[in-house]
Design a binder for this molecule. Structure first.
Ligand code: PMP
Length: 428
């Protein structure tokens, strides 16, 4: 494969954009080499500026659950665009998507739209603090909730990929209110609550972690968190930016049958346009401005194009009763195929999978928290990444990311991917 145009575009970009990218993981720093510039995508495939094609397992980091340029979403956006792109007034479509989201997701009665997952989580925590009158929050090491200050404490995803899980620029004052817990370790959470009695506003968690690779909750971890939160007047926030509308219509709450107090969304809910949202019951949401005292706002929040894309996406997911089973079956097929090939080649690995989220950890034994994920062999991952790329398969350029399976993937695509792993495994 030749990457002449991508390399030239990157050199040009580096002069005017820090690192040549608008979000760090895209820069390939963790795996070496220079990033590939994509010019278009359709279904399960990406085409780069040098006309190379790839089966895509990033899928814009999650939103494209039905594949790229999905016709009903494209049509909805095109039609809306003709009528003006933003008014800064209420529009009917905001209520339509709100009604649909509230009907699909359990335990929520009201939803507020924002422009990113970061905003959703940041606002959810502010709301939890406003509602409870308490300052401290618990987050889990390796979980990523966007780049707002309170969360850049042992964050996963790009923050850990670049070795700065605690970013300079976050003040000590902010950091002291974020208490760090170990994922899947309920005793650890209990100890933290004991040591900070009456001071904790909320626990925020990725109900299936996707930012330290994919890590499922083990041994009723979510149920136990629910009980602890209820017993201690702490709000439980599910950051469903990745899992929302992906693991089930009702996300992780539905899949694991656990009730969260506040739920954050992003990615799928915007159908590929910049949308985030947070939601809760009426009582909690009534704390938000303009009816309540907790301030939160946005010039482009509820933007008509973004709402049109999101509404079309949710409508498709809502009407297709078989989609989540289909996605899980495809993911299981991929899991088995990859495991078989890696085993044949004696490559140490652990594959974690929930629904349509999957990741290959080049680590020995169970991967159940950040510490065990970080033990993965990064040299093997780098070789694997570049090998897969040269085989025409695009996975995320960091070992700490999950792969996203889309419904556009055919079994032929999955077979091609497994064959690519077989070819690459020989070189690891
Ligand atoms: N929460 C989770 C679980 C995420 O995976 C991400 C982004 N990958 C975010 C929050 C932040 O979302 P955004 O990048 O849209 O700000």
């Amino acid at each position: 494969m030749s990457y002449i145009r991508s390399s030239a575009l990157f050199a040009q970009a580096e002069k005017v954009i820090p690192g040549g990218v608008n979000s760090p993981v895209r820069a390939f720093k963790a795996v070496g080499g220079t990033p590939i510039f994509i010019k278009e995508a359709k279904g399960a495939y990406l085409t780069d500026e040098d006309n190379n094609e790839y089966i895509d397992y990033i899928n814009s980091w999650g939103p494209m659950i039905l594949g790229h340029a999905y016709q009903p979403v494209v049509d909805a956006v095109v039609e809306k665009t003709k009528k003006g792109t933003s008014f800064g007034t209420p529009t009917e479509i905001e209520t339509q998507i709100a009604e649909l989201a509230v009907s699909m997701v359990p335990n929520i009665e009201m939803i507020r739209f924002v422009n990113s997952g970061t905003e959703a989580c940041m606002s959810a925590v502010r709301l939890a603090r406003g509602y409870t009158g308490k300052d401290k929050i618990i987050k889990f090491a390796g979980c990523y909730h966007g780049h707002s200050d309170s969360f850049l404490i042992q964050a996963g995803s790009g923050a850990v990929t670049f070795g700065s899980p605690n970013s300079p620029g976050v003040t000590q004052g902010t950091a002291k209110d974020t208490l760090l817990a170990v994922y899947n370790d309920i005793d650890n959470v209990k100890q933290i609550i004991e040591a900070n009695k009456g001071e904790i506003a909320c626990i925020i968690i990725e109900p299936v972690a996707g930012n330290m690779g994919c890590i499922p909750p083990k041994n009723n971890f979510l149920q136990q968190l629910r009980e602890l939160c209820t017993a201690n007047d702490i709000l439980l926030i599910f950051d469903e930016v990745m899992t929302g509308f992906r693991l089930a219509k009702g996300g992780a709450q539905e899949l694991f049958n656990v009730k969260a107090d506040i739920v954050c969304f992003g990615k799928v809910i915007g159908g590929g346009l910049p949308v985030g949202a947070f939601a809760a019951n009426n009582e909690i949401m009534h704390y938000l401005a303009p009816i309540g005292p907790v301030y939160q706002a946005g010039t482009l929040s509820g933007n008509p194009l973004a709402m049109a894309a999101g509404l079309a996406m949710l409508q498709e997911l809502n009407k297709d009763g078989a989609i989540y089973n289909r996605l899980a079956e495809k993911t299981e097929y991929l899991h088995k195929g990859i495991a078989e090939v890696l085993n044949q080649n004696n490559i140490t690995h652990t594959i974690n999978r929930v629904g349509s989220m999957i990741s290959v950890h080049f680590a020995e034994g169970e991967v159940l928290n950040f510490e065990t994920s970080a033990k993965g062999n990064n040299d093997t991952f780098k070789k694997f990444f570049h090998g897969m790329l040269s085989q025409g398969v695009y996975i995320a350029p960091s070992a700490f990311e999950t792969w996203f399976i889309t419904d556009a993937l055919t079994y032929a695509d999955l077979d091609k991917t497994i064959s690519a792993v077989a070819a690459v495994a020989k070189t690891l």
